[in-house]
Design a protein around this ligand. Structure first.
Ligand SMILES: C[S@@+](CC[C@H](N)C(=O)[O-])C[C@H]1O[C@@H](n2cnc3c(N)ncnc32)[C@H](O)[C@@H]1O
Length: 279
């Protein structure tokens, strides 16, 4: 499998600087966060809620005290998903303009639960050890190089409470190869590479769901639920015990198709929902 370095024609510093410059020009709105696809936000949140509900029904569920929203933008995921389900939520986001907007966007109902707003890149963020029940990482991991992503996963792994989980929700290439988007300076990875990086960081992926009902023109989006390998696998009430999802194995739960019945996918290359070049 090719390394991401082969797809970069700039230095690592420029890779991060170019992304900062891209996001500095983006308005602090839901449409800005989703690359013009604000219309998918509701379905996205619905799929995420279904997943979290499943996790809370595990034999050893994550707690509901503290969540971390990584690459949070203006706090779309926090406002619509995390703030109602967790007593405390922290945000980490590299763009200070988005962070500044987050409190107002999330609104007064959420402000009592909103705790720390960290204005820094994930490549240099070290969360407090043992603090979080759930760490949510959505549409941001394509902005990290492979080695920084593994380090970030390692830091997040150390920041989990017992029974805590990391949830990754990202675009996936259908080509099986890594694809670079020079416009926003990000990568979209194939599932096999993401799985390899989970493994390198000592994380087990014990659930993998495809997000349904996104427009056909977009890339597939998957949710992965990760736990430290050292914790062993959960005896999941909803699945056969000790089931590990392997590379390219896809678990599509009927409940995630929701009530609409259609089952398409979508996302953008790295970062935000993107139109797929494969369609
Ligand atoms: C597509 S938006 C997604 C925002 C949010 N996760 C959501 O789903 O609404 C990507 C976000 O990642 C942020 N970002 C980009 N590079 C980052 C980095 N290295 N560390 C932390 N955040 C980053 C951007 O500023 C932007 O807010």
């Amino acid at each position: 499998m090719s390394s991401e370095i082969e797809h970069m024609d700039c230095s690592q510093d420029d890779f991060y600087k170019n992304a900062q410059e891209y996001w500095a020009e983006i308005p602090p709105t839901v449409d800005g966060m989703l690359g013009g696809f604000s219309s998918i936000s509701e379905k996205d949140i619905k799929g995420s809620k279904l997943l979290l509900r499943q996790l809370f029904r595990l034999n050893k569920p994550p707690g509901n005290k503290y969540a971390l929203d990584c690459g949070a933008g203006i706090g779309r995921v926090t406002k619509h998903l995390l703030i109602d389900l967790f007593e405390n939520v922290d945000l980490v986001e590299q763009n200070s303009n988005f962070i500044a907007k987050a409190k107002a966007y999330i609104g007064t109902e959420g402000t009592g639960r909103l705790c720390n707003l960290y204005s820094t890149g994930l490549q240099s963020f070290k969360p407090d050890p043992g603090k979080y029940d759930v760490i949510w990482m959505q549409w941001v991991l394509g902005h990290l190089t492979d080695s920084d992503l593994v380090e970030c996963f390692n830091n997040c792994k150390a920041a989990l409470k017992p029974d805590g989980v990391i949830i990754v929700k990202e675009n996936i290439t259908s080509s099986g190869t890594i694809e670079m988007d020079k416009n926003d300076s990000s990568f979209t990875r194939p599932i096999s590479l993401l799985k390899k990086l989970f493994d390198e960081a000592g994380l087990n992926c014990f659930k993998q769901h495809k997000q349904h009902d996104f427009p056909k023109c977009l890339y597939p989006v998957y949710m992965f639920v990760l736990r430290p390998k050292s914790e062993g696998l959960d005896k999941d009430e909803t699945e056969p015990p000790n089931k590990v999802i392997r590379n390219n194995e896809v678990e599509e739960l009927v409940c995630l198709t929701s009530k609409s019945g259609s089952s398409e996918v979508g996302s953008k290359e790295n970062g935000q929902p993107h139109e797929s070049e494969n369609n």
